[in-house]
Design a protein around this ligand. Sequence first.
Ligand SMILES: *[C@@H]1O[C@H](CO)[C@@H](O)[C@H](O)[C@H]1NC(C)=O
Ligand SMILES: *[C@@H]1O[C@H](CO)[C@@H](O)[C@H](O)[C@H]1NC(C)=O
Length: 208
Amino acid sequence: MLHILFLFSLILTTTHVLAQDFCVANLKGVQTPSGYACKTEANVTSKDFVFTGLGLEGNTSNIIKAAVTPAFVAQYPGVNGLGISAARLDLAPGGVVPMHTHPGATELLYVVHGHITAGFISSSNKVYLRTLKKGDIMVFPRGLLHFQVTAGKRPSLAIVYFNSPNPGLQILDFALFANDLPSDLVEKTTFLDDAQVKKLKGVLGGTG
Ligand SMILES: *[C@@H]1O[C@H](CO)[C@@H](O)[C@H](O)[C@H]1NC(C)=O
Ligand SMILES: *[C@@H]1O[C@H](CO)[C@@H](O)[C@H](O)[C@H]1NC(C)=O
């Protein structure tokens, strides 16, 4: 009898310890560097673990002829705390994902169809550049500047995975030309001339 009671209490304790299998985001709460607080487990459903948007083609009728459809924690609360997320990348002919970094994640790009020229620049300024075809994958280490452009005349599709539910994104040209950093400081810190800086600020909406 005592043995059975002991076994029961052990099972209960173990169940309790193992209960933190996931932490589906409560998106109404605040996002912290370690993610969102968890939704009450009783309110979690299978829907929280599924994201259905990646089957839809993104709209590439824009200045970069590219579209990124994110399945990050804000769109996909089930990945909260799991160190993973994904996105769909549609690239039209002539499309480009401009030079950017993800401060919070390494990226793995898988080409579903088409050809994509992709590259990253290491912190010792070496360039790692490849043209990828259907079925190829390429990894972009966390925090490094990288880009993707359509290779050839056909549209291409890739799925990208990140080892964070919230990879973050900083686009180099937006950082330099889409804000109010005074033009003379942009020129001084980038060695670009005034005409080029003013032109890019005009295109990207920067002031100063
Ligand atoms: C769980 O769902 C119920 C019913 O929708 C809601 O009233 C309650 O606030 C939810 N609990 C949490 C912690 O979100
Ligand atoms: C795609 O975006 C363009 C520009 O915003 C818009 O005019 C067009 O209607 C959109 N196409 C679709 C299919 O949503």
